[in-house]
Design a protein around this ligand. Structure first.
Ligand SMILES: [Zn+2]
Length: 360
């Protein structure tokens, strides 16, 4: 891979104190703009010594809970409230967000399948490369806000992954629990190779991801969980000085449920095209063998639907959002309810010591 510097330039000074609003500028040359740039909004809030948090949304452009929460935070966060540095990018894949789509209309790129990226690749790959080589190395902790987007609806959870470095895994899991969503998850990815998650974790950083609703919209409930979670994440890692806000004092509405996704059998994918009827709702408990969905042939009457059964005991944590379903679409995800997310050999998961302050 080339090692030339990223073509992206920042209009903010990452070493300056105070609040800065600016852009990451990615040169493009298109019919409408010969010497143009993709302009990715960024806010940096810095105040003295302390850790650096990197907060991101819009990795997928149709996941509005994170985008909305971070646009609000970027406009409201004051330097005197911060200890260290908070870098906020509400829309990592801004062309996708502007188009209201998961992927970029410029090159079809799915940013979260484009890491570690390439400075000589397409727009999406160049964005990934900038994060991999410039922004992620600056941070100590990273929070990436996802939700289901237009095709999925997902129960609100924050998640960590199993990592080779147990201390890193424990510290990440503690942040996922501190986020305070109704669910905390040890997440199994279908293919982690090209995820932002993996790019961050491979640099030894503490990383928390989330899923916070979906359907290509947001609700008062999903936004409340998201905004409170971001605040609690920053408090947990020592980024916010002073008093907790009222949102931090509001505990999660119900006791947090711990979820594990042991393997790929958690994902139920359609082997038929047609009209989807989910027979269980998000958050419902299901048992192995239960009917969870039927898919109807829309080309004729009188045909029996195809019936899908749960392949494990657990909770329905994600569902396909549109009723029309195609071959290979994920129609349901079933996760296992567990007592603890700590490994059997580990005491971890509940530590909440803030990071030690770190000079730049
Ligand atoms: Zn996403």
């Amino acid at each position: 891979m080339s090692t030339r510097p990223s073509p992206i330039s920042a209009t903010v000074d990452f070493d300056a104190e105070g609040v800065q609003h600016g852009f990451l500028k990615l040169p493009i040359s298109v019919d409408e703009s010969a010497w143009g740039a993709v302009m990715i909004p960024i806010t940096v809030v810095a105040n003295g010594e302390g850790p650096t948090a990197l907060l991101t949304g819009g990795n997928h452009g149709d996941e509005y809970e994170g985008i909305t929460a971070l646009l609000k935070l970027a406009s409201s966060l004051k330097a005197e409230d911060v200890r260290g540095r908070v870098i906020i990018v509400p829309m990592m894949n801004v062309p996708a967000a502007e188009a209201g789509k998961r992927t970029s209309p410029l090159d079809g790129g799915n940013l979260n399948r484009s890491f570690p990226g390439d400075p000589n690749g397409g727009v999406t790959s160049q964005i990934a490369d900038y994060f991999s080589r410039v922004l992620v190395p600056m941070c100590d902790v990273a929070l990436d806000l996802h939700s289901g987007g237009r095709t999925l609806d997902i129960v609100p959870f924050a998640a960590a992954h199993r990592l080779d470095d147990l201390a890193q895994e424990d510290a990440s899991l503690a942040g996922a629990i501190a986020f305070g969503a109704p669910y905390a998850m040890m997440m199994f990815e279908l293919d982690a190779t090209r995820l932002y998650d993996t790019a961050v974790e491979s640099q030894g950083k503490i990383f928390v991801t989330t899923e916070l609703g979906g359907g290509g919209t947001s609700t008062p409930q999903s936004l409340a969980v998201t905004e409170r979670g971001v605040h609690r994440f920053l408090v947990h890692y020592g980024l916010l000085a002073g008093k907790p806000s009222e949102s931090d004092e509001a505990a999660p509405a119900e006791p947090m449920t711990y979820l594990d996704m042991p393997d790929a059998s958690c994902y139920v994918q359609s082997e038929h095209a047609g009209l989807l009827e989910l027979t269980v709702a998000l958050g419902d408990t299901v048992a192995h063998g239960d009917v969870i969905a039927r898919v109807y042939d829309m080309t004729r009457t009188g045909a029996e639907p195809v019936v899908y059964h749960a392949e494990r005991d657990g909770v329905l944590i994600a569902r396909r959002f549109p009723a029309k379903v195609g071959m290979g679409d994920t129609i349901a995800v079933i996760a296992e309810v567990v007592e603890s997310l700590a490994r059997a050999s580990s005491h971890g998961g509940e530590t909440d010591a803030p990071l030690s302050p770190r000079a730049e």
